[in-house]
Design a protein around this ligand. Structure first.
Ligand code: BGC
Length: 328
């Protein structure tokens, strides 16, 4: 072959090679795109993780704030949060809802554990079936729960005690309305409260009654208490609707001299503080509890090690800072 022919053949071969290479690159790119599309479709089709949040009472304003925080976190972390709870507080009903959540094999359970002894076996059952459980608002420290998110209830009771001790003068008899006789957060708050009051000889707790977390019951119990012990001049409530129930009772009995202290930042309590009808309230952070519980559950599912106790903040609100809180 002459040199010229060789050159022409080489040039032709080179162009052939370029052609094949070009097609190879194009085909590879197409395959990559198809694989990517397929991956996205499977991701979209995969259902979001499903968490259940079980409250003490479905429509209670305090629990609605917990729900709000949890739903906000659900949007943020792309998970589904189903909020459920008994229509009226009932420990049995709450335990049934927990049983149902376990049976439906949800991806995570966030539950208020009203009573350690009764809730622990159920929480452990969930853990045994690989369903992580986070307790919220009230802990079950004996159980195998992943973590607790909420107030340190003993310390919150102490804070209430300090609020009373620093705002009342002279010898005083105190009446206490607690949310429930059987729920542990209420018992802890009562113990914390009494631990402070017992350090002040001029102050005595003369009666304790339960409201069953109902405003009407709080009012009925407070009225009964004030009739039985007319020398009570300070009343405290340790769950969200107790202070406004007590206020109703003092109105019925025309006892505006009674100094009232409460728990939580429900609208009516904050309004009554502004109007000088309730002295102060210990506020919790229910929104933060809901948000953090969902966030921790997501972190746990992604393999992160999480701490066992996450205490949310509490603070005293009285006439001096009620505007900062904003009457919501
Ligand atoms: C408590 C909750 C309770 C709510 C009732 C709050 O102070 O932390 O456990 O369910 O009051 O109103």
């Amino acid at each position: 072959m002459t040199n010229k022919r060789w050159t022409i053949s080489l040039i032709l071969l080179f162009f052939l090679f370029l052609y094949v290479l070009f097609h190879f690159v194009i085909t590879t790119k197409k395959i990559e795109q198809t694989v990517e599309q397929l991956q996205q479709t499977t991701q979209l089709a995969k259902p979001l993780p499903h968490f259940v949040l079980i409250s003490q009472e479905f429509d209670n304003p305090y629990w609605r704030k917990v729900e709000q925080g949890a739903k906000e976190a659900a949007k943020h972390y792309r998970v589904n949060v189903e909020y459920i709870g008994p229509l009226r507080t009932s420990m049995d009903e709450q335990m049934k809802l927990l049983e149902k959540a376990i049976a439906s094999r949800v991806d995570g359970i966030i539950v208020q554990s009203l009573n350690d002894a009764r809730f622990t076996p159920l929480i452990n059952k969930a853990i045994g079936r690989n369903i992580p459980v986070i307790t919220i608002d009230t802990d079950a420290p004996m159980s195998r729960r992943l973590a607790y998110v909420g107030t340190n209830n003993f310390e919150a009771g102490q804070l209430l005690g300090k609020a009373v001790a620093s705002r009342v003068a002279g010898k005083k008899k105190i009446g206490v309305i607690i949310g429930s006789d059987t729920s542990e957060n209420q018992q802890l708050r009562l113990q914390g409260f009494q631990s402070i009051i017992s350090q002040h000889p001029s102050l005595t707790v003369v009666a304790v009654a339960a409201s069953n977390i109902s405003r009407i019951q709080a009012s009925i119990q407070a009225e009964k208490m004030l009739r039985t012990y007319p020398d009570i001049s300070v009343m405290v409530g340790t769950s969200a609707l107790d202070a406004i129930g007590i206020l109703m009772a003092t109105k019925n009995l025309d006892r505006s001299d009674v100094q009232i202290f409460g728990f939580d930042d429900v609208k009516e309590t904050l309004q009554a503080i502004e109007q000088g009808k309730i002295v102060a309230t210990v506020i919790q952070k229910p929104y933060d509890m809901g948000f953090s519980a969902v966030k921790l559950m997501v972190e746990h599912l992604s393999g992160k090690q999480i701490e066992k106790e996450h205490f949310t903040a509490t603070e005293i609100v009285d006439k001096t800072n009620v505007e900062l809180e904003g009457v919501k």
